[in-house]
Design a protein around this ligand. Structure first.
Ligand code: GDP
Ligand code: MG
Length: 298
């Protein structure tokens, strides 16, 4: 049992313009455990990208969809939208690129977080690419741009100062319960998207009346390397006749479904996808509460 008075937990949003190293920061913080996947259902709250569980704390890292919009369009509305996407977040981690320095997009994000009454940690990433003497004036400039809990220079790629970052993240989290089981580090949204992409292809390619009797379960979702994701998924149908349609003559239909789904996934994740796709008959799964739960249908 965890003592809730001692235990720290919360949702941390990692924000910043594209290519500053947000994903690298996340991977570095989560470490190899990113590869471990659990089937337990979870609540959806923004896009969970990683869950870090320790003896003393649990950090749920999330991606805030609204915040990565094209910021040259920034207006009051956009700021409001972005602020809404930060609802329910306990801590904001704003990543900057030491090499590119402050840009317009960064300034816009500063405007957004100003509207939030939340602890903010500023990360100056990629310090391995610049002269240390250049980082100090950047820290100085940033410190005048608002009130921040910390401004931490790191190299997510080299792992420099990441231990300090993690310590500061946990320090700035509220006390709270363990939201997710220890072994859960995955994110429903990615799996959900994968499942939906497969289901979509099944529906598009098999013209028969299969729609409502198809469900897709993503059984494994593993980032094998930085650029390759391994996905094992099963298409559940209710009858053998439906399975035959989806598999097709000599497996041609299933192959086509897989190819099309994989293409979309590669575009979505911007990574190579290895898709291991299966079809199984699960009679009356729509009437089976356990099956419904497994397939995460409400
Ligand atoms: P994101 O778009 O913000 O998620 O950025 P990514 O994590 O995908 O990183 C963008 C690029 O920056 C990749 O090529 C990374 O390898 C690189 N990168 C990330 N962190 C560092 C770092 O600390 N040092 C260096 N040199 N490169 C980094
Ligand atoms: Mg990324």
């Amino acid at each position: 049992m965890t003592d809730e008075k001692q235990y720290k937990s919360g949702y941390a949003a990692i924000i910043g313009k594209p290519n500053v190293g947000k994903s690298t920061v996340l991977n570095s913080l989560i470490g190899e455990k990113v590869a471990i996947v659990s089937k337990k259902p979870q609540t959806t709250r923004n896009n969970i990208t990683g869950i870090l569980t320790r003896e003393d704390a649990q950090v749920v890292f999330i991606d805030t969809p609204g915040i990565h919009e094209p910021w040259n369009l920034l207006g009051k509305n956009m700021v409001r939208l972005a602020n809404e996407s930060l609802n329910g977040v306990d801590l904001i981690i704003f990543v900057l690129d030491a090499k590119s320095g402050l840009r317009n997009e960064d300034e816009n994000i500063f405007k957004i977080i100003k509207g939030e009454n939340k602890p903010v940690i500023i990360l100056i990433n990629k310090v391995d690419l610049v002269d240390k003497l250049k980082v100090l004036p950047l820290i100085d400039t940033i410190s005048k741009m608002g009130t921040f809990k910390e401004i931490i220079p790191v190299s997510a790629e080299k792992g420099d100062n990441m231990d300090v970052l993690l310590k500061k993240i946990i320090e700035n989290l509220p006390y709270g319960p363990k939201y997710f089981p220890d072994d859960q580090i995955t994110d429903k949204n990615e799996r959900f998207i994968v499942a939906e992409l497969i289901r979509e292809k099944v529906l598009i390619l098999s013209h028969e009346e299969i729609p409502h009797s198809v469900a897709v379960l993503v059984e494994e979702f593993k980032e094998r390397t930085k650029s390759l994701i391994y996905i094992r998924a099963t298409v559940f149908v209710e009858k053998l006749s439906q399975k035959k349609i989806i598999v097709g003559h000599k497996g041609q239909m299933l192959k086509k479904i897989g190819e099309k789904a994989r293409k979309d996934m590669q575009a979505f994740f911007n990574k190579r996808i290895y898709l291991d796709l299966w079809v199984k008959v699960y009679e009356n799964w729509r009437k089976d509460a356990q099956a419904l739960r497994m397939l995460e249908y409400k």
